[in-house]
Design a protein around this ligand. Sequence first.
Ligand code: PRP
Ligand code: URA
Length: 235
Amino acid sequence: MPLHVSTHPLVAHKLAILRDRTTEPKKFRELVRELTWLLGYEAMADLATRPEPIETPLEPMTAARLEPKVGLIPILRAGLGMVDAMLELLPTAEVWHIGLYRDERTLKPVEYYNKLPDAASVQVCLVLDPMLATGGSAAATIDILKEWGAARVKQVSLIGAPEGMATLSAAHPDVDIHVAAMDSHLNERGYIVPGLGDAGDRQFGTFAGPASEPGHGPDEETAEVVRRLQRNLGD
Ligand code: PRP
Ligand code: URA
């Protein structure tokens, strides 16, 4: 499972502002878009091209055109903020939404939306989700995509945790993971530390109060899920 952590200074700079607790939703959304553009550029660097004869105003030449049909798979809802930037890079990409939320107690993904057609219509799928925390949402989405018939899948996230990377690489060793940063660890509520908090809430301004904040009221069942993931990391 190749892990690609961006080393681009622009990515680091924009990520610093994104993480800052005082960055409000409008600016946060702009930064998610800009970071996705930069990460998307890196994530698509190895896509195949085919030769195509064209004529410039000066003479005929053999140019390169993108070969595979690409699908963008945003995981609802936080992945939505990454779609427009990717579509700017690849206007002909298909967008297939997958709805998953993470049960706050068990940290397991719960599927609620999937309208994929019977057979895969793209060769390369880019899974878009700002946060790779336990890796449960990403692994479940990629299970769905592989069952659908996707030949090649790449995960594009803004911030990853070692626990999520380990889970995803064990479940799908063939999947490339592209992140702007790999952070330190998950806290007892399964939030990435230092992270940026809740990516969905920060994009969409849905702050429901202290109970929704990372770190609020540790729950023993949730903490045990995180401890298990961390023990697996040490193996
Ligand atoms: C967040 C995030 C990922 C998931 C990551 O979504 O956008 O989808 O958590 O966590 P995991 O790696 O532990 O599965 P959330 O469940 O908060 O839903 P939302 O996007 O609707 O807010
Ligand atoms: N989901 C988020 O939005 N943030 C985290 O840190 C973990 C999961």
